[in-house]
Design a protein around this ligand. Structure first.
Ligand code: H79
Length: 432
């Protein structure tokens, strides 16, 4: 039996099939180019931060190029920051002046992006920050850039955070009304309380009413878990969970979000970029535990994916062209098949095939416990070359083990000495 999460309100059928999406973090923070949290980390006041608003001019922005890079990498959906914590919106909101149309960009940047990605058959998702370091009624909390500024903090008493909630609901209505069908809404995030500051969660966001509004506008939408009320998907951030994510003991739909290099916004000087192999292993690892991967790109202030991002997307696409069969429509393998050391298994229940992803290439033999008598045929996925199933394991052939000592459940494959694909090699097993 394969694990199957219980149905939720949103339509997750396509989501758990497609498995691989692109996150896009694009905002004013592309200009400082040293983390999307720069305003908070460096405690920059809004007046100073304004220089990025005045100079935001993405002259090379061409969403068709972004969408084709995503599509060629094998991604099937995208989620873009309509607003991040800094408060700046990429779209033409009637509720604020702090938006792309009022920068040198001079226009709604979201609309052409949605069109561009739809043209490439990618599903559409919006990330929207619950935090807002620009809104006049957003009070201080432990992450706010002005958290140490007593003079600024004194004004909190005059603020009405309910007005901020209205603004949040209003922008949500705009996003779900003016851009056609939206497949995913990805809020971020609820702030814990500290000794000095109150937290912000479902009471401040008015989460219940907000969810009602969302469902009334787009009932099928996939809504994440960060309004402090779980909905359709759990979202582990910057880590790979050890096993299928469970809530109250039950498996749920989940999606890991990961970066190329640590920062989500464009970061010029980061040197912690992951390799193509590591990124593919993260994708495989997610699917092997019944989850998705949402992999982030931070476009530059000129409106482009930089060369480091493009090179990795290309590398992933090269692999996906030959191996996507082990990703799309796949999930965790049934429990009776155990995962060999250094491997990840995925399983397609429709075709009844198991995919063995070999992360560290072994010397000639791959021993599969639980597979004995269950496999009709085995091949390498990249070139459909047969992988022979051994009747007798080497220990038997050399008389070091009597046939009776080998368990029936064991299947041994004979692999070539040379690893067939330098990224992640895959053996496709056709089950009986
Ligand atoms: O949008 C991306 C992040 O900016 C956002 N979620 C993803 C999708 C996020 N919000 N909060 N967090 C991530 C966790 C907070 C991390 C922090 Fe830090 C640690 C904030 C301050 C210390 C890392 C280092 C981020 C800024 C400095």
């Amino acid at each position: 039996m394969t694990l199957q999460p219980a149905k939720t309100m949103g339509d997750t059928d396509w989501f758990v099939h497609d498995r691989f999406g692109m996150f896009i973090h694009w905002g004013l923070y592309a200009l400082p180019a040293r983390h999307e949290w720069v305003k908070s980390v460096e405690r920059i006041d809004t007046e100073t931060y304004d220089k990025y608003f005045k100079h935001f001019d993405p002259d090379l922005y061409d969403p068709d190029l972004w969408a084709s890079a995503a599509s060629e990498a094998g991604m099937k959906y995208f989620v873009v920051t309509t607003k991040h914590h800094e408060g700046f919106t990429l779209f033409d909101s009637a509720l604020t002046d702090y938006k792309a149309p009022n920068t040198p960009a001079g226009r709604d940047l979201l609309k052409p992006m949605v069109e561009g990605f739809r043209n490439h058959n990618l599903r559409v998702g919006f990330y929207h920050s619950l935090l807002d370091w620009h809104h006049p009624h957003y009070t201080l909390d432990t992450h706010h850039p002005m958290r140490d500024n007593a003079e600024y903090g004194a004004k909190d008493a005059e603020k009405d955070v309910r007005k901020y909630a209205e603004y949040l609901h209003g922008q949500t209505r705009e996003l779900l009304t003016n851009y056609g069908k939206v497949d995913i809404l990805w809020y971020d995030f609820s702030v814990g309380r500290t000794e000095k500051f109150a937290g912000k969660g479902r009471d401040v966001w008015q989460s219940e009413q907000l969810i009602q509004l969302i469902r009334s506008l787009q009932p099928h939408i996939i809504l994440n878990d960060r309004l402090e009320i779980d909905q359709d998907v759990k979202t582990p951030e910057q880590y790979q969970p050890r096993e299928w994510v469970h809530v109250d003991g039950k498996p749920v739909v989940w999606e890991a979000c990961q970066t190329f290099s640590g920062s989500w916004g464009y970061h010029r000087d980061e040197s912690s970029w992951k390799s193509v192999t590591m990124l593919l292993q993260m994708l495989v690892d997610s699917v092997s535990k019944g989850g998705n991967l949402l992999l982030n790109v931070g476009p530059t202030g000129r409106g482009e994916f930089d060369q480091r991002a493009l090179a990795r997307l290309k590398g992933m696409g090269r692999w996906m062209r030959l191996h996507s069969r082990s990703i799309y429509g796949c999930t965790q393998a049934p429990a009776e098949f155990s995962t060999p050391q250094d491997c990840r298994l995925t399983y397609n229940p429709k075709t009844n095939r198991i995919y063995v992803h070999v992360f560290a290439w072994p010397f000639r033999h791959l021993h599969l416990d639980g597979f004995g008598g269950r496999v009709e045929y085995a091949q390498l996925l990249n070139d459909a070359s047969e992988v022979r199933m051994l009747e007798r394991i080497p220990e038997e052939s050399y008389g070091q083990m009597k046939p009776a000592e080998k368990t029936k459940s064991l299947l041994t494959l004979e692999l070539p000495i040379q690893q067939p694909d330098e990224d992640v090699s895959v053996v496709e097993l056709f089950l009986k």
